[in-house]
Design a protein around this ligand. Structure first.
Ligand SMILES: [Zn+2]
Length: 147
């Protein structure tokens, strides 16, 4: 299969597409959402188990839970789209974390999350409720132009 055309993506395009399952907006669109959400979530989990710096820039993600999870490496969710409920309850972000321009289509829970280094939410879009109650920001956070 050909490589995904998204800049700096090391994934492979899925059947009949030019983008991988994470970058193809249609892969979770409409009726495809229920069909593919488990596959995308499971593949993402597999990537996280590698425990390498994680570049999820531009990813299209289904409902997903990182509850009680610790990201030990820098993590990049810039311009990612979360189509479902996102659960970062009690999640620890040990390194720099960026959600610049990310779109949260449903509720985003960051309840009791810990950001040990810089957290960037600049230009992020929270379409529904977002909860940062009891979240800890050790090194500063930017919500500049977030809505
Ligand atoms: Zn890709």
């Amino acid at each position: 299969m050909p490589p995904c055309e998204y800049e700096n993506c090391d994934g492979q395009a899925h059947d009949g597409a030019t983008l991988c399952i994470f970058h193809d907006k249609n892969y979770l669109n409409g009726n495809n959402y229920d069909k593919h959400k488990d596959e995308v979530a499971n593949k993402l989990q597999t990537k996280l188990l590698d425990n390498k710096p994680s570049n999820f820039q531009g990813y299209c993600l289904p409902e997903i839970s990182f509850k009680n999870y610790e990201f030990s490496q820098p993590i990049n969710f810039n311009v990612a789209t979360f189509y479902g409920h996102v659960d970062f309850v009690n999640t620890t972000f040990a390194k720099e974390t960026s959600f610049m321009g990310a779109i949260f289509s449903k509720e985003a829970q960051f309840y009791e999350a810990t950001f040990k280094e810089v957290a960037i939410f600049m230009h992020a879009i929270f379409s529904k409720e977002a909860s940062f109650a009891w979240a800890t920001f050790a090194e500063g956070v930017s919500f500049e132009r977030a809505t």
